[in-house]
Write a protein that binds this ligand. Structure first.
Ligand SMILES: Nc1nc2c(c(=O)[nH]1)N=C([C@H](O)[C@@H](O)CO)CN2
Length: 117
């Protein structure tokens, strides 16, 4: 299956399990691989026949702005379900990184695959 890619997307959200984290917004960095057949869009050179990565980035920013999860696991799982439902995505790989959460690490986070890639 072909994929539409989104790499290094940054969003701001309330995320974290500790009290001090509930009062601030922190940056998450996202990578996505979205399964789709790109041939119909390529054949007609038509954006409406593929997954619009700009529209998906906007949807992700809106989701993050409205969410207040504790765990990055929950953020990833709920975002994956939301994107699959909203855009009819058959399968995706989603990596969510939380830079700065652990001082000695460049980033920590999770990576999930849902559906058929
Ligand atoms: N597997 C996880 N471990 C931890 C998480 C998390 O979301 N998933 N979160 C924290 C804290 O919120 C941390 O990021 C604060 O620095 C700790 N471990």
């Amino acid at each position: 299956m072909d994929r539409v890619l989104i790499e290094g997307l940054t969003v701001e959200t309330v995320i974290g399990v500790y009290d001090w984290e509930r009062t601030i917004r922190q940056r998450l960095e996202l990578d996505l691989e979205l399964a789709t057949d790109i041939r119909p869009a390529a054949a007609d050179d038509d954006l409406t026949h593929t997954l619009d990565y700009a529209a998906i980035c906007e949807a992700i920013a809106g989701f993050a702005a409205a969410s207040r999860f504790g765990l990055v696991e929950t953020f990833a799982e709920r975002l994956a379900a939301h994107l699959r439902e909203a855009f009819g995505i058959s399968g995706l790989r989603l990596t969510v990184r939380k830079p700065g959460a652990v001082a000695a690490a460049r980033a920590v986070g999770v990576s999930i695959e849902r559906g058929t890639l």
